[in-house]
Design a binder for this molecule. Sequence first.
Ligand SMILES: Nc1nc2c(c(=O)[nH]1)N[C@H]1C(S)=C(S)[C@@H](COP(=O)(O)OP(=O)(O)OC[C@H]3O[C@@H](n4cnc5c(N)ncnc54)[C@H](O)[C@@H]3O)O[C@H]1N2
Ligand code: MOO
Length: 431
Amino acid sequence: MASHPDRPTHPVSRPSPAGYRELLRTHLAPVLERAAQSTRLPVVACADSVLARDLLASVDLPLFVNSQMDGYAVRSADIAGAGPDSPVRLRVVGTTHAGDGPGPRVDDDEACKVMTGAPVPEGADCVVPVEDTSIGDPADPSGGRPATVLVHAPRAAGEFIRRPGDDVRAGDLVIPAGTRLEARHLAAAASLGESGLDVRPRPRVGVVATGAELVAPGRPLEPGQIWESNSITLAAALKACGCEVTATVISSDDRDDFTAALDHAAGDADLVVTVGAVSMGDAEVVRQVLADREGARFAPVAMQPGGPQGLSSWRDVPVVCLPGNPVSALVSFVVLLRPVILEAVGRVPVPTTRARLSRAVGSPAGKTQYLRGALAAEPSGGDLPGIPTVDPVSGPGSHLVASMARADVLIEVPADETSLAAGDEVAVIPL
Ligand SMILES: Nc1nc2c(c(=O)[nH]1)N[C@H]1C(S)=C(S)[C@@H](COP(=O)(O)OP(=O)(O)OC[C@H]3O[C@@H](n4cnc5c(N)ncnc54)[C@H](O)[C@@H]3O)O[C@H]1N2
Ligand code: MOO
């Protein structure tokens, strides 16, 4: 089990994770309010944004009657008797390609050569694919089409013709507000001629990681130094929730350095997330600079990892302070901050599901514990069907960052449980 240095204080004074999420929701009210508005973006820039208003079709799609095949537009009555041994000869009156205007009218015993997507001429009511035809009389030397065509199979009226409204009709609801836009939605919007869409603005977030020991990955280390990971973790996690990360700054434990980092991070942001320097050490610059500000709150939450948490503000921008242990940073984000951000961006919450433990686990009393877990690919079989098995990954320690890469969920052990047995059902939260 992990050590729990903050155990001596009164657990009753600590909010539960759910209670703390409420505090965060209040603290982040300005972020939620801004994100509830809408902004217009070019369609091409809308992937992953959330649509703010219903998109109704402004036109019918397809836009006009057009061919579904490369072939000949004809009158179905003319070719009703066509067969492999009894082809019907038609006079070819023109050719239309995709992008051409309407071709020449097709009358009795006539055909117009058409390509896929080309307008079907007036008078024709079906298209015969080119495979079901052969050249009757070849073209004169100047023409690109035969003078007559032999049709070897009948086609019913309407066959291989695409009509307005087959897809959607003007006024139809095509994409409801609240949809997270993916390639298929943008295909629909662009096909309807929309150049821009009204989407929810992405929260702009600045990230500040603190610690004298931190060195950018890839750079050489002096004794005692480590490679910095939290700013990278949080930037990726924030972007995955639909935020725009406007700055990631690494600060030392020096006050001036940290306040300069805050200035930079808050400059263009709706929210600043700091990570590290919130607990009880001598160099807790985040706590030192931010804990005394109006409305600030630095106190533990009844969870492990992720116990020490802080809320404050800088230049009127709300600041959320997460603990520095790398596992604690991501667990706090997933359990506390992610649900509020998803609400802000108008996305559905990440659903908590159920799984069965593959082995027994212990947990501290009075705190919700979040163990890392790997879900089995197949639901458990035999007499315990229906829900997957979850395998606890590594131990509960909040420094076990590299082994967290093997986990895909957090296993939630309720605050009133101190041990769970193999086969017990638990809640699991996707990472
Ligand atoms: N006396 C007490 N000590 C500690 C308590 C406590 O209540 N009383 N709480 C412990 C718990 S729980 C946690 S979680 C940590 C939180 O500490 P801080 O937020 O102050 O974080 P740091 O001290 O700055 O760092 C902790 C740990 O994580 C490493 N770290 C920090 N930032 C990064 C980063 N950006 N990338 C990679 N690794 C990072 C740092 O080197 C430390 O090892 O406090 C406990 N102590
Ligand atoms: O255990 Mo701390 O709560 O590592 O986040």
